[in-house]
Design a protein around this ligand. Structure first.
Ligand SMILES: *Cc1c(COP(=O)(O)O)cnc(C)c1O
Length: 463
């Protein structure tokens, strides 16, 4: 499988090159030249595979430049760190099927992709004899999942900036208790936006980037998307083909559009099994406005109880735009340039019809999120985290009889204990992996929110 850019400015490259490139060199995002549709025979063979077996089968359709045995091993290693035998169990609670994606080391769905990406980076660097210094900023969740993805790995150092004392105590501990020599936590005295701006500035210093082989781990890396395609396929095959169920719907709590884009890819692979994707947003509802009214225009970021979705600019949107534009890279580049200039895009009736054939959407406000956590707990004795609750509310509203609604559970409720307590009166039980964090040794460098300070620190500790 070859990879191209949404903006058409690079010659086709291999999977390995796509993983290492991250963002396409022309500023676009990388995509496979074609999304394979899976035949009925293959679907029959895939039913009943274990999660790692299915992951290997799905990934093989997109990765042809890693030897089969090596890829199998990379997949097995990536999911051996999960603490549930099924990796991503699907549990029925009332009218919802909850796909629990939070059994990885940091208890959020980002582990599914970042455990794999960390192993792929290590494997490819070993082969090439190269090295990488990963630099990123986090508001909480991505940082810990990225750190756990590469801790202790050879040829990789990781530097993660978080806003000092502005992440939850649990999130802070999840990052700072990792004391492997290749992990550097930088707590900057400022906001998440300050951290992100610093990282962006440093990446724009091309000679520094080259000298230190800087690498990124944000959700624009294709390896992250493709690893997430697997659980859509897994859940869809699990519920279809028996008891008269032919199709399923998915509800996806959405921020950067990475997870739901993986759903879009899965739906192209399994058009007979996956009917509709529900794009669920919190009060940051830019993407809902896009689906319902064809209006893609930036607003102000609002803080909510589901902070990993407090995003206005969805970094993976450009991938969908490429398909909406009939796979035309020139139109996509022009649209993105226009958006950069004026801060909005408007879509005509025809485009809107195509969007609504792919997605339904609903925005869920803070009150509804809290009510959903409370009602779900009272009815099913099951605690939802606030991100998952947004998806459950949107999913149950859009549900149609006879079509199972699979709601992605993107985080363990204990990661957002305070929001859960406000809804149900007490905090959820801490899983042992979190309970054990308090009192552990920590390592973290506190510094000013200044490019110079961060750059100098990276300079001194880079591989
Ligand atoms: C990152 C995240 C999301 C949003 O996923 P995107 O791929 O950015 O759309 C939702 N829930 C949780 C818990 C997350 O960490």
């Amino acid at each position: 499988m070859q990879y191209i850019s949404t903006r058409g400015g690079i010659a086709p490259i291999s999977f390995t090159q796509a993983v290492m490139m991250g963002l396409a060199d022309d500023g676009g995002l990388l995509l496979p030249v074609a999304i394979p549709e899976i035949s009925a025979d293959t679907v029959a063979q895939w039913r009943g595979l274990s999660y790692p077996e299915l992951a290997f089968a799905v990934l093989s359709r997109f990765i042809d430049d890693i030897p089969t045995d090596d890829l199998r091993e990379l997949v097995a290693k990536s999911y051996s760190t999960f603490n549930h035998r099924e990796i991503v169990p699907l549990v029925k609670q009332g009218d919802a099927h909850i796909l629990e994606l939070f059994h990885g080391p940091t208890l959020a769905f980002k582990d599914v992709a970042l455990q794999f990406l960390g192993n792929v980076f290590e494997y490819l660097l070993k082969k090439s004899g190269g090295r990488m210094n990963i630099l990123g900023a986090t508001s909480g969740d991505t940082g810990s999942a990225a750190i756990y993805g590469v801790r202790g790995k050879e040829r990789i150092n990781i530097f993660i900036l978080h806003p000092y004392k502005r992440v939850s105590p649990i999130q802070e501990l999840q990052m700072t208790t990792v004391t492997d020599a290749n992990v550097f936590n930088l707590a900057v005295r400022g906001t998440f936006d300050d951290g992100q701006a610093i990282v962006k500035t440093i990446f724009n210093d091309l000679s520094f980037k080259e000298k230190h082989q800087l690498g990124a781990i944000n959700s624009i890396n294709w390896a992250r998307i493709v690893a997430q395609v697997v659980y859509y396929v897994y859940a869809a095959l699990k519920l279809t083909g028996s008891e008269g169920v032919t199709k399923v719907d998915f509800s996806v709590p959405t921020g950067n559009f990475g997870d739901i884009f993986a759903g879009f890819v899965a739906r192209r692979m399994l058009p007979a099994q996956i009917r509709r994707l529900i794009l669920a947003t919190n009060e940051n509802n830019l993407l809902t406005r896009f689906v319902l009214n064809g209006d893609y225009s930036l607003g102000q970021v609002r803080q909510t109880s589901s902070p990993s979705m407090d995003i206005q600019l969805a970094s993976n949107f450009e991938r969908y735009l490429y398909y909406l534009n009939g796979e035309d890279p020139n139109r996509t580049r022009q649209d993105m340039e226009r958006f950069a200039a004026v801060g909005n895009l408007q879509f005509d009736e025809l485009a809107q019809e195509r969007v609504r054939a792919d997605f339904a959407s609903r925005s869920v406000n803070e009150e509804e999120t809290k009510d959903t956590i409370r009602d779900f707990y009272q009815q099913h004795d099951y605690v939802l985290d606030p991100h998952t609750a947004v998806g459950v509310k949107a999913g149950l509203t859009a549900r149609e009889p006879g079509v199972p609604m699979i709601c992605l559970a993107t985080a363990h409720p204990a990661k957002f204990g305070e929001a859960v307590r406000r809804a149900i009166g007490h905090e959820p039980e801490l899983p042992t992996s979190l309970a054990g964090l308090a009192g552990k040794e920590t390592r973290c460098e506190v510094m000013a929110a200044e490019v110079g300070a961060v750059q100098e620190f990276v300079e001194r500790h880079a591989l």
